[in-house]
Design a protein around this ligand. Sequence first.
Ligand code: HEC
Length: 151
Amino acid sequence: MRMKQVSLALVLLGATGLAGLAPSGSARAQGDVIAQRQAGLKRMSGNLETIKKTLEAKGELSIVAERSQDMVAFFQGFPALFPPGSDKGDTHARPEVWSNRAGFEAAATRMVAAATKLNQVATAGDAGATATAFREAGGTCGACHREFRAR
Ligand code: HEC
C-alpha cells in the first residue's frame, strides 16, 4: 500500500513537471490536482461521517477499520497533492502549505498516525478505544485546518 502511494505521488509530480513546459497545460494540471485533493477530502469527510454513525449505532467495527484504512492511505500521499504552483486557482489552501512545508508535512504525518491508531483499535474490536481514537482523529483534521486551510 505504501509503495503504491509513493509511486502514485511520483507519477503526479512527473505529470505536473511535464505540463510545466506548456503554460496553459500547466494551469490545467494544477486545476486537476486541486480538484483531486478536494474530492479526496470530501471522501475523508464521508469516512468520518460513516464512522460516527457506525459508532452511534454500535455497528460493525470492521466498517470503521475499512474507512480508517482509506484515511491512512490517502493522508500518506497528501503532501504530494499540493505541488508547487497549486496555490493558484480554486483552492482554500493557505500560503503556509508551501511556506511552512515542514509544518504541513508534520500535520499530515500526525493525521496518518491518528488514522492508523483508529484502524488498529477498530481491527482489535475495542469499541471504547475506537470511540476515543475517533475523537482524536477528528481533532487532528481540525488542527491542520486551523493552520493551513483558509475559510
Ligand atoms: C495536513 C493538513 C490537513 C489535514 C490533516 C486535513 N485537512 Fe482537510 N483540508 C486541508 C487543506 C489545506 C484544505 C484546502 C484544500 C484546497 O482547497 O485546495 C482542506 C480542505 C478540506 C475540505 C474541503 C474540500 C473541498 O471540497 O473544497 C474538507 C471536506 C476537508 N478538508 C476534510 C478533512 C477531514 C475530514 C480531515 C480529517 C480526516 C481533514 N480534512 C484533514 C488540510 C488538511
